[in-house]
Design a protein around this ligand. Structure first.
Ligand SMILES: [Mn+2]
Length: 350
């Protein structure tokens, strides 16, 4: 899989070789998961430069790559020896010091930033990536069903978040996609209210936004549930968010404009009088990173394409009342989308 990705990048880049050192890109193109290595991708051969701590691992994981001992060879010397004239590098993550040291050593070679090329490539997921993301989403779905039985008054948000995280790790997750958001009662009006010491109380709306990683790939989902009976206005905002979420989902397909999908959900929320209470974009893509391109927002100029993943996550947040967000992870297809999140969305009252 990785060599196919390397070939794609080199086909898109007008130059002799590409240097990759950011950890997620490095994993994407080579399969190597260690913390220290640089890839040099050329049209006839791909090299992985790393030190003796990682030689065995690099041979196992980056099996299509030629291993070079980084203690004895520098990437710059290698480029000079091979007389490469134009090389791509990651301008967004290369430090000024690393950039200066590289360009000082290069004799007759110019460099060019290639982050946009990489982003464009990573937008469309291949089969293996989709399989890993589906697995991460399945683990999260089953964790949600598990935690529903555990949410009870007197338990704290932090305690419940930890139980959720422990369950995901125990069921195959490598780690978390991001700090678990577990926001109950008035705290649910904070879109990114990470778990606190607050205890769950009757009448609370509880927003749980979480995800796990599987083989490096993230999942992301949000559900808002109610504890005990909830007030009419809280129920009302729930129904508006759900309606907006479903309408946007129904419009997602290959060729749809990201900004139009956003405006479908935003229109429903605004018409109901809560436009000012939905301050964030409707969704984002993900993969090795939790936020990738494209995003669904009023300003996005992207068009959706088959093989993209996108979240659909409208919300309404009212200070002094609480908030609701509902998020599914969707895979864009030719004529619609596949929902990778299977947890129920009708209001659950515990
Ligand atoms: Mn999200």
């Amino acid at each position: 899989m990785s060599i196919k990705r390397v070939k794609r990048l080199l086909a898109d880049f007008e130059g002799d070789a590409v240097i990759i050192s950011e950890s997620k890109n490095r994993y994407y193109y080579s399969g190597f998961t260690g913390t220290e290595a640089t890839l040099l991708l050329t049209s006839d051969e791909s090299y992985i430069f790393t030190d003796s701590r990682y030689h065995i691992q690099a041979k196992e994981q980056a099996e299509d790559f030629t291993l070079v001992d980084s203690a004895k060879n520098s990437v710059a010397d290698f480029i000079n020896e091979k007389k490469l004239a134009h090389v791509g590098f990651e301008e967004e993550t290369t430090s000024v010091r690393a950039y200066n040291s590289l360009t000082k050593k290069l004799e007759k070679c110019t460099v060019e930033g290639i982050n946009q090329l990489i982003k464009n490539q990573r937008k469309i997921k291949d089969e293996q990536e989709i399989e890993y993301i589906k697995k991460a989403a399945e683990i999260a779905d089953s964790a949600f069903l598990y935690i529903l039985d555990e949410i009870k008054p007197e338990k704290t948000e932090k305690e419940l978040a930890l139980m959720l995280e422990f369950y995901m790790r125990k069921n195959g997750a490598d780690g978390l996609s991001f700090d678990t958001i577990f926001a109950s009662g008035l705290r649910s009006a904070m879109p990114h209210g990470v778990a606190s010491d607050k205890k769950i109380e009757k009448g609370d709306l509880v927003t749980i936004d979480f995800g796990c990683t599987y083989k490096g790939y993230c999942s992301d989902m949000t559900r808002t549930i109610a504890v005990g009976s909830i007030s009419d206005e809280r129920r009302k905002i729930y129904e508006i968010v759900l309606k907006a979420q479903l309408a946007a989902k129904d419009a997602i397909r290959q060729g749809a404009l990201a900004s139009e999908i956003d405006s479908i959900a935003r229109g429903i929320i605004s018409e109901a009088g809560y436009g000012k209470n939905f301050g964030h974009g409707l969704g984002h893509s993900l993969g090795l990173d939790i936020h990738e391109f494209p995003s669904l927002s009023p300003k996005s100029e992207e068009t959706l394409a088959s093989g993209m993943l996108i979240t659909d996550e409208p919300g309404i947040y009212v200070e002094g009342l609480g908030g609701v967000r509902i998020e599914d992870l969707l895979l864009v297809t030719d004529d619609g989308c596949d929902n990778l999140t299977s947890s129920p969305k009708e209001l659950i009252i515990l």
